[in-house]
Design a protein around this ligand. Sequence first.
Ligand code: SF4
Ligand SMILES: [Zn+2]
Length: 339
Amino acid sequence: MGLNSWNTYEKESPGVMEKPLACWEGRDYYKDEVLPSLTIILKTGGCRHNRCRMCSYRFERYKEQTPDKLASLIISQLDWVLEHHNLEKIRMVKIYTSGSFFDPDEVPQGVVNTTARIFKGKLVVAETRPEFVESGRIGEFMAMIDTGEWDTPLTVAMGLETTSDFIREKCIDKGFSWQDFLSAARETHTSGAGVKAYLLHKPLFLTEHEALTDMEQSIRTVSGIADMISLNPCTVQRHTELESYWKSGEYRPPYLWSVLSLLISAPVFVTCDPVGGGRSRGPHNCGTCDRDIVDAIRDFSLSNDRGLLIDVFEKGCRCRAEWEYILSGEQPYCMPLSG
Ligand code: SF4
Ligand SMILES: [Zn+2]
């Protein structure tokens, strides 16, 4: 069914359908099951924070729209999803925006309600910054999608990035604190929804070793609070501050060895999709061993079988010694103290 038959917004230009920024079908591991999933990245009014050093999603936004026009543009993207994907076979839906799904200025309430109607009965994961988490709104959305099929039909995902306030502020410029995340996690749990935390492995200015230690600490600390944890090895996105450092040789994405060792030693199951794995802009090793390791990480994320990771780690490669040397020998990023 076309969505426009049941939404209250008129399309600005009939016949012209907006497409989401991206939309693809895949599989996700959830409570010992592999579920067919749909991931949707919606173009919206854009992220209000709009300044993280590594982020290019924030450039994707409809500018200066009235709330009604904005709503019709987003609804048109949902209509596109309905026309191009068979939702019957999909069990999990992951919704991302170019910012926060629960920011009412970015995604008008009418769109949130329509999204809930379309994905009723699915296991929904929706991403937002913590300042937009309010138990009443989260609870309302969850009640709208709930058909009784899932114990926790909604999971609120937040880009915590690290549990270190210092690193989140100085290396990322994320604009919220660990305490803000904790309050949002409490609100989410009060509403009955689950919490997913995204962690950013190796933001700007950290050595390989500092980044590894930061993630070990973050996984340990957040594991008692978040119901799901996803490790995002940092990639170099275009037109970002991170990219300008990378271009001048002042940043290198993490080694896949570091990613492997984090996933192997984590006290809880941590999923990871090494986007850009094996490429110079993404987490990479020497180029020879990358493909096998990226495949092992993806297979692990669908099975929670750590043996897959241990196998590729133990198989090794000539670049593993290089990684070990970097871990022990690389010096912290230093600016001169005087001019
Ligand atoms: S909060 Fe998210 S979308 Fe906004 S700038 Fe930061 S990383 Fe990008
Ligand atoms: Zn190698």
